[in-house]
Design a protein. Structure first.
Length: 85
């Protein structure tokens, strides 16, 4: 469950793998395994990152199973919320 939560809530990119080259105005992004680098113009990079920003009212974190709204509502109706595993 913890791994799922980390995946759902984490940022869409890692700052540690991003390098900005001021002289060329480009952003270099390194893959997780370090074998591949992608180079973007600064505006292309911003456009790619803005695609991960949610629209107003859009939900970013989703809760499934035990922590979902439906499951919490059912527990609340039966007073089972005090018996959290």
């Amino acid at each position: 469950m913890e791994n799922l939560a980390r995946y759902i809530i984490r940022a869409s990119f890692s700052q540690e793998r991003m390098t900005y080259h001021r002289e060329t105005g480009q952003v270099q992004y390194q893959s997780k395994d370090g074998k591949e680098n992608k180079v973007f113009d600064a505006l292309e990079w911003l456009a790619a990152m803005c695609s991960h920003v949610p629209n107003k009212g859009e939900q970013m974190a989703r809760y499934y199973g035990y922590y979902s709204n439906v499951a919490r509502g059912k527990r609340k109706k039966t007073d089972a919320d005090d018996k959290i595993p």
